[in-house]
Design a protein around this ligand. Sequence first.
Ligand code: NCD
Ligand code: ZN
Length: 344
Amino acid sequence: MQQLTLTRPDDCHLHLRDDALMQSVLPDTARQFARAIVMPNLRPPVTTTGQAQAYRSRILTSLPTSSRFRPLMTLYLTDNTTAKEIQYAIRSGAVHAVKLYPAGATTNSDAGVTDIRKAYPALEEMQRCGMPLLVHGEVTDPAVDVFDREAVFIERVMIPLLRDLPELRVVFEHITTRDAVQFVTDAPDNVAATITAHHLLYNRNALFSGGLHPHYFCLPVLKREVHREALGKAASSGNPKFFLGTDSAPHAQHTKESACGCAGIYTAHAAIELYAEAFEQLGALDKLEGFASFHGADFYRLPRNTSKITLRKESWQVPDDLAFGEHRLVPLRAGELISWKMSG
Ligand code: NCD
Ligand code: ZN
């Protein structure tokens, strides 16, 4: 296949940052996607509806007036999020989900939940209203091996949570293991998952091939090949529980190329093209549109997009770095080729 026309996709998991940093990365997403679920892990985190509305306005005013891109906001769940706050969020129409970060699990997560039971009043209200909970599914227990933290999270947190709140709508974000694929596949229809392009394209060898590669470091960390294969099968299965979420997470170059480098991979510059490569490798380009453009919208109970995008089989070279406020960032595939190009 040399050309592919798709309904314009949605990115169901995106880090946009704020202010000048946001202004640098936003055009990449707005060019490809109709909508994005915008993560709330700013500093300080977006914990109230008022903060989410203000953040949404900052994003909208950074877009050219001709842009039809729409940010879908999320709240950052804390031990103190109240049921009332959930009601405000729902009434606002601007907030589409609430994000659970176990405290300390990843970038800007120190205000996260220390014990999920503390969040039960908010979660019960979300279950009642149908507001999705987006889960960063890794335990933070230092005794658990970093590569096992997602699988252990299923046993310790996901299963008990869904036992207590069986109708809570849950998105297991950026799944990375065959364990998570199995769990989501077997779960009832209120449980879904996002899958990133980088977890479809790379296994953990990318981190260490010929030296240490900080630009392949994200959380949850890349896993073994068997897990990458399971993610590919899930993404290309046509199962509506699995949908596109890039987890594009920009960090300034110097904060990644450091003795203690930040977690996060920037993929927004070529998101849909990277997914097209992954689906082509899987021999499943016909399944890309469902995964990228329909399943997420359906889960979020949003109308499907109607406009189209076109991708052509055409190699292009990714720049070595991109502007990021007053800094630079190194995108995935920097200086290398990507075999699909979005043409309009
Ligand atoms: C994300 C970030 O940088 O905000 N980093 C990452 O590695 N994915 C946080 C997150 O989603 O875990
Ligand atoms: Zn993320």
